[in-house]
Design a protein around this ligand. Structure first.
Ligand code: S3P
Length: 168
């Protein structure tokens, strides 16, 4: 089984992916982390030195290389599902899970970590909230194509989602 966790920055893809992998037999991977290891550069530096288009190419190539592997949970980047028909590819390849969250939930989680995230690094608090609202609206049509939608604010450590339980 191949599980793709998708959703906006700050929606908990890495947090929950790691937690569920620990409670099951799935391997855990983080797409941004793999790109950083392969490129020997942070995502922020890739954006700054080579631009977003270049990052999206690296991201898609790295994602597609996961057709070879099996039995994993992959935490995607916030934009992965929204470029290069990646959501279609993920749906054809495995189980897509959208961790949905409100703009306020996202704002509270990313405002202290702006430097790690090139798209929001230079925004003040008001701009950040507006950016999240707008971008989420644009991205939801992609995220909502996921096979499973879980409101991230309702998740807890005691309850393991069924799609994980059924496969452990
Ligand atoms: C991005 C989200 C980031 C990272 C890059 C672009 C986006 O991942 O891939 O900064 O377009 O939303 P996280 O969702 O893990 O922060």
């Amino acid at each position: 089984m191949k599980i793709f966790l998708i959703g906006f920055m700050g929606s908990g893809k890495t947090y929950w992916g790691k937690a569920w992998a620990q409670k099951s037999y799935f391997d855990f991977y983080d797409l941004d982390e793999i790109i950083e290891l392969e490129q020997k550069k942070s995502v922020t530096d890739i954006f700054e030195e080579s631009g977003e288009d270049h990052f999206r190419k690296l991201e898609t190539t790295c994602l597609r290389s996961f057709s070879e592997k099996d039995n994993y949970i992959l935490a995607c980047g916030g934009g992965t599902a929204c470029f290069n028909d990646n959501i279609k590819w993920m749906n054809e390849t495995g189980t897509t899970v959208y961790l949905s969250a409100s703009p306020k939930y996202i704002y509270d989680r990313v405002k202290g970590e702006k430097n790690k995230r090139p798209l929001i690094k230079k925004l003040n608090e008001q701009e950040l909230f507006f950016f999240i609202e707008q971008r989420l609206k644009e991205r939801e049509p992609f995220y909502r194509q996921a096979k499973i939608i879980l409101p991230t604010g309702e998740l807890d450590m005691e309850t393991i989602p069924e799609f994980i339980l059924n496969n452990t």
